[in-house]
Design a protein around this ligand. Structure first.
Ligand code: ASP
Length: 331
């Protein structure tokens, strides 16, 4: 029987690194390590490896996302699914970007990585790779993240641990798959279009975290240099609005400059409800857009993507942000 075909695109990250303390981990030769350490991967599927980059994922910038999306869009027609190996630090961001740039995805695209290099004996990389290839063959046809025996919706994940193997969670969306003794997947997103490539992007977005002591005067000058702002507010979308540290001035100034502002929550479970408290309502009055239960990374990437398609002060951008486009927010 012919094995199904999986495209494996390597971007870098710890999974493919080498090195031991006291020296730093650095990107290593990937194909030979892969063949030597997980030969059984090639029994699951016909795997074609492509090297996209070989970097620590903190080096991956927004300009890489359209290139990766385009590569997947072009190559997927020859494969049954794809696995993207990626450093865990910015994996959630790339997963968001791919989910917005590949609407109507008709094959699984599974991002994975590891907390310890594949070349080491105690590594999570082997199982993550095997599970990711399994998910690319049988899992939902959307952008997902496979890690520590779980499959998550890509644009819902957060990196929650720097030191344990369960590095990811998707607090506002139940896992799409569990790869334990049995392998079980949920149905994925329902497709509204055929697979398209929508790579437009304006990276000039800033993410502002609200904290006690934040001085609005530090923020105001920056508003002239950005195309959009995501405010990570307290709880349901709250921020101080009394006294000299009132952040309402930020919302007002942004409105004057036609800089769209999206509000998300610092709380990981649930999201913002800007109608619940005074400050949220005041933000809405100043034209702020609710980010609902999106993660900060989903909100930032979606705003970048939205700015690539719509004028920044028009209603279409706000409608795009508030719509559930790729499962990134609860309707
Ligand atoms: N610094 C690494 C990276 O993101 C961490 C990892 O891969 O786990 O590339």
């Amino acid at each position: 029987m012919d094995l199904k075909r999986v495209l494996l695109i390597h971007t870098g990250g710890t999974l493919g690194m080498r090195g031991r303390r006291p020296h730093a981990l650095k990107p290593g030769a990937f194909l030979s390590t892969l063949k030597g350490r997980v030969p059984e991967l090639f029994e699951l599927a016909q795997i074609e490896l492509e090297l996209f980059s070989n970097v620590d994922s903190s080096e991956i910038q927004p300009e890489s996302w359209p290139v990766l999306a385009e590569r997947l869009h072009q190559r997927l027609k020859h494969f049954d699914g794809a696995v993207v190996t990626h450093g865990t630090d910015t994996l959630a961001w790339s997963a968001c970007a791919l989910s917005f740039m590949l609407p109507g995805l008709d094959k699984p695209v599974v991002l994975t990585g590891a907390q310890r290099p594949l070349a080491e004996v105690r590594t999570d990389a082997r199982l993550n790779l095997i599970d990711a290839v399994t998910s690319a063959l049988q899992g939902p046809r959307e952008v997902t993240v496979c890690f520590d025996s779980h499959l998550y919706r890509g644009n819902r994940v957060r990196k929650v641990s720097a030191g344990e193997f369960d590095a990811f969670d998707s607090p506002n969306c139940p896992p799409l798959g569990v790869l334990g003794v049995d392998v079980r997947f949920q149905a994925g997103l329902s497709r509204k279009t055929s697979r398209q490539l929508d790579p437009g992007l304006d990276p000039r977005v800033y993410l502002l975290k609200v904290f006690p002591g934040l001085d609005p005067n530090v923020v105001l000058p920056m508003l002239g240099h950005i195309g959009g702002l995501v405010v990570e507010a307290h709880g349901s979308g709250n921020f101080p609005m009394k006294g000299e540290r009132s952040l309402l001035t930020v919302f007002r100034h942004a409105r004057r400059l036609k800089v769209p502002v999206v509000v998300v929550s610092q709380a990981h479970r649930n999201g913002v409800d800007l109608t619940l408290y005074e400050s949220g309502r005041a933000a809405l009055d100043e034209g702020a857009i609710s980010g609902g239960d999106m993660t900060s990374s989903a909100a930032v990437v979606k705003l970048m993507h939205g700015l690539g398609r719509y004028s920044r002060s028009g209603p279409s951008l706000a409608a795009y942000i508030t719509r559930n486009v790729a499962g990134e927010r609860t309707a």
